[in-house]
Design a protein around this ligand. Structure first.
Ligand code: SF4
Ligand code: SF4
Length: 320
């Protein structure tokens, strides 16, 4: 069974499904959306964060680094400067262990299913009173189909909690279908209605994604759609029209649509992971930019159309 690293188990989460939830974030995704808001969940392997503000350039990490990836360099009239050559790093994590200042932190830890379940059911009482439960998210849970299935099965059959899965639906249907027995709600991202953008920018198959979404809808399971709206990628009038034309076919079947305007909160994470961020410096998308889409979805009779997610905004009626 392919096992994911877990980057976070977030308790009292209010945006990843109904009620109060615990959200489990798997590390690893088959797509590579350049705006990704959770870049720590893209790569399935271990990584580390480097917090430059905490680093005193003491050089302990450079001394222990076996591959020469880290070097403390003396700069005249300045303190030593730490130089990092990512191409030489073997991810041995020795530098994390020796840092006394908390400037380095491993991203992602190995947890077995029993430990995840134990932590996930700690707030069961809150799920009961709020209509909440557990959300399996990422990254992409379907990259680890057997692990996801087993986790969902235990949580549903032994613990009787409401299960939500957040997914791009970029997987073979035979990995999704077995989940129908245990999952109460699928939250599925549609990143564009343009097959070429999905293939060349995001790295998936539009045909496979839409086919899976339609199979989910026709199965009768609850489905919400997430529409991340990204400046210059899918925020034009024609993008709006394609979304509305497609989703209006399922107006009486979808549980809801959450329109998620681009924000730049992830900028710091890209720097801490020593990764380039193509959206660096791009401003947050103002909500009025996405109101034509929200209003058009409402006019077509889509239920529970929100801006920002389930808890953040109750469903929006037409706003002109
Ligand atoms: S050990 Fe920590 S504080 Fe010292 S140079 Fe390395 S990262 Fe900076
Ligand atoms: S994780 Fe990379 S940078 Fe850190 S000690 Fe190991 S090889 Fe060096």
């Amino acid at each position: 069974m392919r096992t994911p690293l877990i980057t976070e188990i977030q308790r009292f989460s209010l945006q990843d499904g109904p009620g109060i939830r615990t959200t489990i974030f798997f590390k690893g995704c088959p797509l590579h959306c350049p705006w990704c808001h959770n870049p720590e969940n893209l790569n399935p392997e271990n990584e580390f964060y480097f917090y430059a503000g905490k680093c005193t350039a003491c050089g302990r990490c450079a001394k222990i680094c076996p591959s020469g990836a880290l070097k403390a360099i003396c700069v005249p009239d300045k303190n030593a400067v730490l130089n990092f050559d990512k191409s030489k790093c073997t991810l041995c994590m020795k530098c994390v262990d020796v840092c006394l200042f908390g400037a380095r932190e491993v991203v992602g830890k190995s947890l077995d299913i029993d430990s995840i379940v134990r932590e996930a059911v700690a707030d069961k009482m809150f799920y009961k009173h709020s209509g909440g439960g557990v959300t399996i998210s990422g990254g992409e849970p379907l990259l680890f189909p057997d692990f996801t299935l087993e986790l969902a099965r235990i949580l549903k059959t032994k613990e009787q909690v409401h299960i939500t899965i957040e997914t791009s639906c970029f997987a073979n249907w035979d990995k999704i279908e077995p989940l129908l027995e245990f999952v109460d709600l699928f939250i599925v991202d549609i990143k564009s209605m343009d097959p070429e953008k999905i293939e060349y920018v995001v790295g998936g198959s539009h045909k496979k994604i839409l086919s899976n979404i339609e199979k989910l809808i026709n199965s009768g399971v609850a489905v919400r759609i997430h529409l991340p709206i990204i400046p210059g990628f899918n925020d034009s009038a024609s993008d709006t029209k394609s979304y509305v034309d497609y989703l209006s076919q399922f107006a009486d079947k979808l549980s809801g649509v959450d329109v998620l305007p681009f924000h730049s909160y992830a900028t710091g994470k890209y720097a801490q992971l020593n990764r380039e961020y193509q959206y660096k410096g791009i401003s947050d998308l103002q909500s009025q930019k996405i109101m034509p889409l929200v209003n058009a979805l409402n006019k077509k009779g889509l239920r529970q159309v929100t801006v920002g997610g389930i808890a953040k905004t109750a469903s929006t009626s037409n706003i002109e």
